[in-house]
Structures are given as structure tokens and as C-alpha cells.
Design a binder for this molecule. Structure first.
Ligand SMILES: Nc1nc2c(ncn2[C@@H]2O[C@H](COP(=O)(O)OP(=O)(O)O)[C@@H](O)[C@H]2O)c(=O)[nH]1
Ligand SMILES: [Mg+2]
Length: 167
């Protein structure tokens, strides 16, 4: 029968795994385990808002945090995942892959602060069509009670076959 484990026990298992691969030549496995450990130790609760285009995902998040942070449009609006979490004062940043790193490697991201008012220029189809700026994500920090307990809401571009044409 499977034995239920809490996050702390899982984290120590992953730490043991990291020790085991530490001396070998599996740098790829080491990276994955490091990433898993970071996520296990992250106390935030991540809610990813997914769905088809133009279903009100961004509007829902704006309503939740009571601020017009995620671009909302009658046309396709969101081009880059946007992570909305607690922080004071309100601020924003974009996450870019560091030059020469592999996609999907969380440790290889460069964070660039931006003006919160300029967020639309980075995460909307209007300002960044088809994510031509090649951003991995954007982050928004807001001093909101609803986020203070660790709730992190993630806005996403949308799924389905109504994708913006790239050619
Ligand atoms: N009437 C109505 N319109 C909505 C609602 N939610 C979103 N919209 C509109 O639907 C369009 C797409 O919304 P948006 O949040 O950008 O959708 P997303 O692509 O899923 O993020 C916008 O014009 C919104 O104003 C809603 O609950 N009621
Ligand atoms: Mg949207």
C-alpha cells in the first residue's frame, strides 16, 4: 500500500536523490531534482488559469486582485504567462532566458524589473505579438490580502485551435 508523505518528507527524499547524483555524470537529472526541490520548498499555492482564448481568464484574475493588471481585450489579449503574487510595493518584472541556457531550466532565468504600467507592452498580443520578445513569463507583485497567504495566480495565453497566425 502506498505510504502518504508530506512535502517535508518528499523534500528530504529529493535531497537524498541529489546527493546520490551529485558525484555522477547526470547533470541533467541533478537539474531536474534541484527544480523539484525548489518547488517542494515553495510554500505558495499556485493556481493556473487555463482555457480557450477569450473566455475571460485575464478578466477573472483582475477581478480577483481588484486591479487591471492582466490585459483584457475583445481580441486575443494575452501572449505571455503572467504570474500574479503578493508583494509590497506593487511591482512587475519580466523573465527572460539567460543566453546559452536550455529552455525549461528555471535556474537559468534572468529577471528584469519593469514598470507595472508597462506590463501590457510585454504580455499582450498588441505589445508583444506571438511573444516576439521571447519572454518566459512576467511577474506581478501586488499588496493584496487575497494573495498574502501565498496564493499565486497565473494568467495564460489560452489553448485551442484558434491560435494567432504566425505566417
Ligand atoms: N459580458 C462579459 N464579458 C466578459 C466576461 N469576462 C470577460 N469578458 C470579455 O471577454 C473578452 C475577453 O476577456 P479576456 O479576459 O481577455 O479573456 P482571456 O483571453 O480568456 O484572457 C473581453 O472583451 C472581456 O471584457 C464576463 O464575465 N462577462
Ligand atoms: Mg487573457
Amino acid at each position: 500500500m502506498p505510504v502518504p508523505m508530506n512535502a517535508g518528507q518528499l523534500a528530504s527524499l529529493v535531497e537524498q536523490g541529489i546527493e546520490l547524483v551529485g558525484t555522477g555524470d547526470r547533470a541533467d537529472l541533478r537539474k531536474r531534482l534541484d527544480q523539484t526541490l525548489r518547488r517542494l520548498k515553495d510554500p505558495s499555492i499556485r493556481v493556473i488559469v487555463v482555457g480557450e482564448f477569450k473566455q475571460g481568464k485575464s478578466k477573472l484574475i483582475n477581478a480577483l486582485v481588484n486591479a487591471p493588471v492582466c490585459p483584457v481585450d475583445d481580441d486575443i489579449a494575452t501572449s505571455v504567462p503572467t504570474v500574479v503574487r503578493h508583494g509590497e510595493p506593487a511591482s512587475a518584472a519580466i523573465l527572460l532566458p539567460k543566453a546559452g541556457t536550455e529552455p525549461g531550466d528555471e535556474a537559468a532565468l534572468e529577471r528584469q524589473p519593469i514598470n507595472l504600467a508597462d506590463l501590457g507592452a510585454y504580455v499582450s498580443e498588441r505589445g508583444n505579438p506571438g511573444n516576439i520578445k521571447k519572454l518566459v513569463a512576467a511577474e506581478v507583485f501586488l499588496p493584496r490580502k487575497v494573495l498574502a497567504g501565498g496564493l499565486t495566480v497565473i494568467d495564460t495565453p489560452g489553448v485551442g485551435d484558434w491560435a494567432p497566425r504566425t505566417h
